[in-house]
Ligand binder design. Structure first.
Ligand SMILES: Cc1cc2nc3c(=O)[nH]c(=O)nc-3n(C[C@H](O)[C@H](O)[C@H](O)COP(=O)(O)OP(=O)(O)OC[C@H]3O[C@@H](n4cnc5c(N)ncnc54)[C@H](O)[C@@H]3O)c2cc1C
Length: 370
């Protein structure tokens, strides 16, 4: 039995909070997408997510958050991945940055940033990657100090939510250290490039950001304080969130394909119905295995690393999509119902984001071989 503020209470709050987000994702996103162009920024949905506490999920209550923890964030990733991946990307990036402010921020930075981040008033983007730069030590973006002013220069290749984020955490080199700078994109010295052409992940902006002589306060605007090194945490990124996003998408696609087969099987010859059973069996087995991997990863004694789980689930998602399209025939590819096509286009990005699957496989292999 939990006390008034005991663990059972906080678990119950997390459960009902994430349940509300699940309801929203399952009932409001599809009608919204049906009524709006897929490539338009979904401001009303982002505002609803803020109201429902999605941006507060991993921020502890003492910092103005919901304190739903890892399981809460995983549920949100799953539900948004099931409904629409770009929203999962926007919220996932922001929650990742809440975690970094919590872990690395000075007490003053935690006081300044976490409460508005949790309310969704200050939504963050992350400007880290530069094309082909796999190691933080090789980043070309730099900070320098001119007297009492910090200056940021460099270019970031892909930034999710570049155009609509209220703040950007820019990752840059400062001598031997890799630091994070809180950037106000509305101030001089920041240019957001054109929208990057892409097959999916539409709606939420994806663009380059250039910093040219961007001036900041070196005492207040560097995560953890001037010179605070993030290299270690950048080299060990947590890719757990992508596992939930992949499973969410796979569940949506699986349900869509099974509904289609059920609705159309009656008009097919018996032999074809048999063949369809086999294919549905294969599809269901893949999704079941993905679910088991995610459960193990999130459970108390994970039998799988987040790296292996991300690779397994995002790769299987590609197969699930191909099998589902095949099961649905022409209707899987073209028609008024665009669910499969959208998931298909968005799923490709999951092979890359966070860390490319090959990079993760390399690490898994390296550990295995010693
Ligand atoms: C939709 C989308 C959203 C994104 N959002 C953001 C964001 O918000 N913020 C941000 O900072 N970045 C973001 N990115 C960038 C993304 O994280 C990078 O594209 C990704 O980390 C890979 O970097 P790269 O493209 O430079 O690949 P490269 O380093 O050029 O690698 C290309 C390929 O080479 C191989 N390879 C490279 N290094 C290794 C290695 N060590 N071991 C084995 N194989 C290797 C792999 O096959 C890899 O896929 C986003 C990208 C996409 C597609």
């Amino acid at each position: 039995m939990g006390t008034a503020d005991g663990p059972d209470d906080s678990e119950e709050r997390a459960r009902t909070g994430t349940e509300r987000i699940a309801d929203f994702a399952r009932t409001e996103i599809a009608p919204y997408l049906a009524a709006h162009p897929e490539d338009a920024y979904p401001r009303p949905l982002v505002e609803r997510l803020a109201q429902l506490g999605a941006f507060a999920a991993t921020v502890p209550a003492e910092h103005g958050g919901a304190g739903w923890g890892r399981a809460g964030a995983a549920r949100i990733g799953y539900e948004l991945g099931r409904a629409w991946q770009p929203l999962a990307g926007l919220v996932g990036t922001h929650l990742k940055l809440c975690g970094q402010v919590l872990r690395h921020g000075t007490p003053e930075q935690r006081r300044t940033w976490l409460a508005p981040m949790a309310r969704g008033e200050t939504v963050f983007a992350r400007a880290y990657h530069e094309q082909g730069v796999g190691h933080p030590a090789r980043l070309r973006t730099r900070v320098t100090r001119r007297g009492g002013t910090g200056v940021l220069d460099g270019r970031k290749s892909w930034v999710t939510n570049a155009r609509h984020a209220d703040r950007v955490l820019a990752v840059a080199r400062d001598g031997e250290a890799t630091v994070g700078v809180f950037v106000d994109p509305a101030r001089p010295g920041v240019t957001v490039g054109e929208e990057l052409p892409r097959p999916g992940m539409l709606g939420v902006s994806l663009a380059e950001i250039t910093f040219e002589g961007y001036e900041f306060d070196p005492d207040e605007d560097v995560l953890g304080g001037w010179g605070h090194d993030l290299t270690g945490s950048l080299l060990a990124p947590d890719v757990t969130g992508y596992v939930s996003r992949a499973l969410g998408s796979a569940d949506a696609v699986h349900a869509h394909a099974v509904d289609f087969v059920r609705a159309t099987a009656g008009r097919r010859p018996a032999a074809v119905r048999g063949a369809l059973r086999l294919r549905v069996g294969e599809l269901t087995t893949r999704v079941t295995a993905m679910r088991a991997v995610r459960q193990s990863l999130l459970g108390p004694d994970a039998a799988v690393t987040s790296e292996a789980a991300k690779v397994f689930c995002t790769m299987n998602l590609q197969e699930v999509l191909r099998e589902a399209v095949l099961l649905c025939g022409g209707a899987g590819y073209a028609g008024p119902e665009t669910t499969l096509g959208r998931h298909y286009r968005d799923a490709l990005a999951l092979l890359i984001v966070g860390a490319p699957n090959d990079v993760l496989l390399y690490r898994v292999g390296e550990r295995e071989l010693g």
